[in-house]
Every structure is written in structure tokens, then in C-alpha cells.
Design a protein around this ligand. Sequence first.
Ligand SMILES: Cc1cc2nc3c(=O)[nH]c(=O)nc-3n(C[C@H](O)[C@H](O)[C@H](O)COP(=O)(O)OP(=O)(O)OC[C@H]3O[C@@H](n4cnc5c(N)ncnc54)[C@H](O)[C@@H]3O)c2cc1C
Length: 457
Amino acid sequence: MKPLVDPRRIRCYNGTAVHRGPVLYWMHREFRAQDNWGLIHARDQALRLQVPLAVVFCLVPAFLGATLRQFDFLLKGLEGSVPALDQANIALILRSGDPSQEMMRCCHEVQPSLVVTDFDPLRIKRQWLQALLRDQAVPVHEVDSRNIVPAWIASPRREYMARTIRPKIHRMLPEMLGPFPKLPAHPHPWPAPPPSLSFADLRTALRVDTSVAPVKGLRPGEAGAREVLDTFLRQRLPRYDQRNDPNKGVCSGLSPYLHFGMIAAQSVVLELTHQGLRGDNVDSFIEELVVRRELSDNFCLYTADYDRIDGFPDWALRTLEQHRNDPRPYLYDQEGFDRAQTHDPLWNAAQRQLVDSGTIHGYMRMYWAKKILEWSPDAAEALRIAIFLNDRYALDGRETNGYTGIAWSIGGVHDRGWSERPIFGTIRYMNESGARRKFDVHRYIRTWSGHQPALVA
Ligand SMILES: Cc1cc2nc3c(=O)[nH]c(=O)nc-3n(C[C@H](O)[C@H](O)[C@H](O)COP(=O)(O)OP(=O)(O)OC[C@H]3O[C@@H](n4cnc5c(N)ncnc54)[C@H](O)[C@@H]3O)c2cc1C
């Protein structure tokens, strides 16, 4: 029987299954039941071994500065996938604590024949996987369900810029862009429900900052992602060429769903094809959704210091060092930025958009990060503050795109040198008059200055 998942998507550790315990799918990046290569592979393996299958989710009580906003989105979204898992006869095991420790405990309890898990290049996720592999002899399969062209296949090294990875991705897209098989009911259910916490238990176990409230008006989960995709394709994609105008609101709004894996980029591209959508706007959207997004995973996979200045290219480190002692016209600390108390109404509006809506428009995100560099004592501090704020308020934060976008803005990653200026050196500069040439900045400022930050305490 031909495997359902292309073996190039899978990295195998610890040999092959030697006994007939159940299969566990450890879900920590791709929170969806549909169109999920990891889950499809886990079910395929469980079918071959004729054993039950369970999804294991372990809630980390505190994670990379995430607040109630992000945890609420994640838990509600995952809860929305339960009926699809039930229908497919797949159990859900909920745990709370250190994920690698909990997975080890879970392995001791249920003696699985195989653990399947999500690929994620972030440092903490690599550490979780390494700890499990160190402690357990159980075979583990790591599946890249995030990238259409698996990150380790797209390129074996860190790419310089979009121009260098684009042809590699486009060359492989046709062969990797197959349709997802459905998830039929698994014929080997668990004889009795496996030990699991409830969603209410998980909420009680949370140890996070509750002062950043959930974002209103966004429906988390797979159903929410499909709704957002549907309205984007009908109403906004035809105007995607206006995407650099934050007042137009033509972008997809998919990034929180893509970040939590509530929808696969591959499903989005398949839907474009299914609807026969073509043209410049579709090409531009695919450039962002596929090439730029997969470039971010490439950067984090092959750059140990993706969130530190050591991850910047040498030319950028040199130029920033040469301008380290340049006088700063304005200096703010983390709190000044956080409270949107700079002298620049445009920057403050972007920060308020972040705090209030859980995102910043893509064009303003670049401006926002570059001004943090201009108004901080040095690049390392600017990088730290930008990551802190992005990860604290953005629904799509703690994401390879975020670390890469910030490193692009502050440290010239995937960019080239431009003309030399104070503080920035040859890092690309942005200013308010550039923004004014692109869109009505006063309208953007008005939109966001009247908003009350969504803080509950
Ligand atoms: C300083 C800075 C910080 C950023 N932080 C994040 C972050 O935390 N999380 C995040 O997902 N993106 C981040 N980005 C990338 C980009 O700004 C967002 O992905 C985009 O604005 C999300 O809105 P959208 O889904 O409506 O985008 P759309 O324009 O509709 O694009 C569709 C999808 O393509 C991908 N995409 C779009 N632009 C980029 C890009 N420049 N790089 C990589 N992928 C891209 C995203 O997955 C996005 O959801 C950041 C960019 C910068 C400059």
C-alpha cells in the first residue's frame, strides 16, 4: 500500500515500531483536524499497525511571553476541532506542564508504538523534541505540515533572500501540491477513553498574563479560518494590489490562523486553484503566503540565533556597530514604546493597532520595527523590545515570520545594503514622508488613536 504522505515530508528518529502499542500524534504547531499531513500520517501508520490513535496536546502554562489573548485563541480553536476528531475515532489527550516531560509520562503510560509530531524550527520546540528523543526509545516521526515544500527539502542551507529560495520553491510546488486525503473514521478506537484533562482543567492550569484580553470579533479555529479565507477570496483578493495601504484593509487576515496551524497554506493554494483564480493579485498573494512564509521557516531552521543580533548578516552587524554611538534624536524604553508614548503619532497608531486588534498592518509593521531601532540605545535592545511587544500582543506572534520580519527590519536579514545614514548605517531606512506618499497617514492615525487598548486590568 502506497503511503498517504510523501516520505520527503517526514524525518524519522529512533528506528521503526517494534510492538503494537497505539500511535500518538503530538500536536504543538498544527492545530487542525483537516488537511494536516502529520495527522494523516499518524492515522496511516495506526491503520497499518491496526492500533488506536490519539492526538496529544500539552498546554505549557507559560510560553514565550504569550498572554491570555493567544492562549484563548488556541484553546477555543482546538476545542472546535474536537467533533472532527470524534467522528474520525481519534482520541484527544490533554495534558498540562512541560511538554517533553508530559510526553515522556504519556509514553510510559500508554506505551505507544510510534509518536508522530509537528516540525517547528523554533529553539524551544527543538529542545522539546531532543528531550523526548533522549529519554524515550520510541520511534518518532517529525512531519512538516507547515510548508508546502518541506523546509529541509526546499533548501539544505540558510537562503540569502527571497530571490534565492523562490526558484527552488516554485520548481517543487507542482509535485508537493497534491490534494489532502479525507480523514475517515479510524477502525481501531481506544477500548476506554485514555487519561486526559478537560478544557476547563487546562484553563485553570494557565499561568499567563491575563491583562491582554482576547481579540473580539475573530472566530478561532478551523471554521473561523475557512470563513476568513472565503470572504478574502470573494471580497479582498481582487484588490490585493492595494495591500500596502493600511486604510484599505485588503489583506487576508489569515496570519493568526496560519500561525496556529488552524489552516494549512497548502489548503489555501488548493482553494485558489479549485476556484480557478489567476492573475497578478493571485501571484502576489502566493508570493507572500508561500515564498516569504517558507523563507521565514528557512531562516529559523538554519539560524540558531534567529532572535538575536548574532543572526544578522555580517554586513549588517558591521554597519550597525559603526553607528552604535550615533546620537539618537529620541530614546524610549520598553514601557514608553509599550504605552505608545512616542513623539510620533504614526508610530503610536501602529502600536495601538497592535495592542487593540492583535496585529499591525504589514506595511506599518516594517515602519514600527525600524523606528524602534532608531529610538533605542542599540540594535540588540531594539530587537529585544520589538520581539517582546510583537510576542506579547500579536495573535500571530512567536512565529518564524515574526522573528524574520523583525530581523529584516532591524538587521538587514534577506535584504541588501542601502545608502548610508545615521544610526541605521546601510540598513534600509523608512520615514513618515515615505508612508505619506503611499497612503493617507492621517486617516490611519485617526482610525487607531480613538481606540481604547484592550487591556482588562
Ligand atoms: C516587523 C515585522 C513583524 C512581523 N511579525 C509577524 C508575525 O509575528 N507573524 C506573522 O505571521 N507575520 C509577521 N510578519 C509578516 C507580515 O507582516 C504578516 O504575515 C502579515 O502582515 C499578516 O497579515 P495577513 O495575513 O493579512 O497578510 P497577507 O498579505 O494576506 O499575506 C498572507 C500570508 O502570507 C504570509 N506573509 C505575508 N507577508 C509576509 C512576510 N513579509 N514574511 C513572511 N510571511 C508573510 C503570512 O503568513 C500571511 O498571513 C511581520 C513582518 C514584519 C516586518
